[in-house]
Design a protein around this ligand. Structure first.
Ligand code: BG6
Length: 478
């Protein structure tokens, strides 16, 4: 039944507060490719306060002209309409700040600079720090920030300071715990916005709306009807110049521990008591903690890994056994999902790019062995975003012949274009809405599931299969 009293938290776009957005690593790839173009759109659409100020932090002296030339190029590359007045508006509000990230005095100086900007604006300003720096620098930078006044709010009012952090949050359970401890010494959980940009994809958000607002589906969302769950993220690209980073990561840590386990949580959690940040996090955490961790003695049975040909040369490490394809199989130990296998796979250098979440329903009594004998419900997270239901239909004619058909819902045809995930991430952090970010407990629960696999795979390359560029991901699955 639809619960009439079920509360959706209202999204308040009406009054975003004045904010100083501080981007650590302003000259880096992420800032140029994603953050600045997203901020551009938010400025252009008038979605953020007109008194928003930008501070770009870098180890080296910053030439803001170059940063903005690159922003122009990024906006054009992204196929967005270039409005020079908006770029000029951003340029007027931008400041460069050179910081030696190892020097505690530098953080105090940054704090003074933010106060100076605030004085000039004459209003209380929130501070939003975006760490677009190598993850290996997180503990150092967050530790220094926490020991400086940067973790406070504005000077004269109730303004907040917030910290936006990109994944990876640690390399395994132990290092994630340490990072979380250091972060907690300087920042409260309400100040932390750990980005999982998959959660901010419109299609991922719609999974819960679809489930909980259409009672038809909620009634079959359990092990009486669902035979298996598959989450697949196939990427066409290889590691693309991120070899150093990827050598520390691998597909399991880069994609499964975060994006795909979060998608699984959203797709299988119980209905949150309310649709607000606390209740959604509680429901996801409960689910993540119910996923059966893959223990060291089960790694060879429940996982599979591969590496594309040419990877070793690309990253300059002839001995590398880092996986570019990873697959895990596990179970969710709740009454709802008992005994339903969950398979999660991801790979780079595949034949096509797509991410899907698929529920396969229990078999009918199959008489025609050449026909698929199950119904499937598939969420297409990207591309061609939509939801498909596979059914069997009677083929027109005088015989009773069956044929698989698909009922297809596509976002584009129904709603047109969707906001970009990074626009959503930034806007939510500016507004202080944590719903689409990963909490400390969720991060730890997700590491717990794969921690033994991470360590087993680190030790040696046993069982690592080699595959060609443009392989069909299905051909690697078992
Ligand atoms: C990132 C991973 O988190 O997500 C990358 O580090 C991956 O390796 C990327 O390519 C995929 O994101 P999207 O939105 O392009 O599917």
């Amino acid at each position: 039944m639809i619960d009439e009293d079920y509360e959706y938290a209202a999204t308040d776009l009406s009054a975003p507060e004045p904010t100083i957005i501080v981007i650590f690593g302003i000259t880096g790839d992420l800032a140029k490719r994603y953050l600045l173009p997203s901020l551009y759109t938010l400025f252009k659409e008038g979605l953020i306060h007109p008194q928003t100020e930008l501070v770009g932090v870098s180890r080296r002296p910053i030439d803001t002209e170059i940063v903005f030339d690159e922003l122009r190029a990024s906006v054009e590359r992204a196929g967005k309409e270039l409005d020079s007045a908006v770029i000029d508006q951003m340029r007027e509000r931008a400041h460069g700040f050179q910081l030696d990230m190892d020097d505690p005095g530098g953080y105090d100086a940054l704090h003074k600079e933010l106060n100076r900007i605030e004085e000039a604006q004459g209003v209380c300003m929130n501070r939003l720090y975006y760490l677009s720096i190598p993850p290996s620098a997180y503990t150092n930078v967050i530790g220094h920030m926490g020991n400086s006044p940067l973790n406070g709010g504005c000077q004269h009012g109730k303004g907040q300071s917030r910290l936006l952090i990109e994944k990876p949050f640690g390399d395994d359970l132990a290092s994630a715990r340490k990072l979380i401890e250091i972060t907690a010494q300087g920042f409260g959980e309400h100040q932390l916005f750990r980005i999982d940009h998959y959660l901010a994809k419109e299609t991922a958000q719609n999974i819960s709306t679809f489930r909980f607002e259409n009672p038809l589906f909620e009634t079959i969302w359990n092990n009486r009807h669902v035979a298996s769950i598959d989450i697949v993220a196939s990427e066409k690209i290889g590691v693309e110049g991120r070899g150093n980073f990827y050598e520390q990561q691998g597909a399991l840590r880069d994609f499964i521990q975060n994006h795909l386990l979060q998608l699984l949580a959203v797709a299988t959690m119980d209905q949150p008591e309310r649709f607000d940040s606390d209740a959604v996090h509680a429901a996801k955490l409960q689910l993540l903690r119910s996923i059966r961790p893959i223990s060291a003695d089960k790694v060879s049975q429940q996982t599979r890994r591969g590496q594309y040909e040419g990877y070793k040369q690309e990253v300059g490490n002839p001995d590398s056994h880092v996986e570019t394809y990873a697959q895990i199989e596990t179970y969710i130990d709740t009454p709802r999902w008992q005994n339903v296998p969950v398979r999660i796979r991801t790979g780079k250098a595949m034949a096509s790019k797509f991410t899907t979440v698929t529920f396969t329903f229990t078999d009918r009594d199959a008489e025609e062995p050449d026909l698929p004998n199950s119904n499937q419900l598939q969420f297409r997270i990207q591309p061609n975003e939509g939801i498909a239901l596979n059914l069997l239909a009677k083929k027109p004619g005088f015989d009773h012949e069956l044929q698989p058909v698909v009922m297809n819902f596509g976002y584009e045809g129904n709603f047109g274009s969707q906001p970009d995930a990074y626009e959503r991430v930034l806007l939510d952090a500016i507004r202080g809405d944590q719903t689409l970010f990963a909490s400390s407990d969720e991060v730890l629960a997700a590491w717990q599931i794969v921690d033994d696999v991470v360590h087993a795979w680190q030790q040696d390359g046993d069982g690592l299969i080699s595959y060609e560029y443009e392989t069909d991901i299905d051909s690697l699955g078992v």
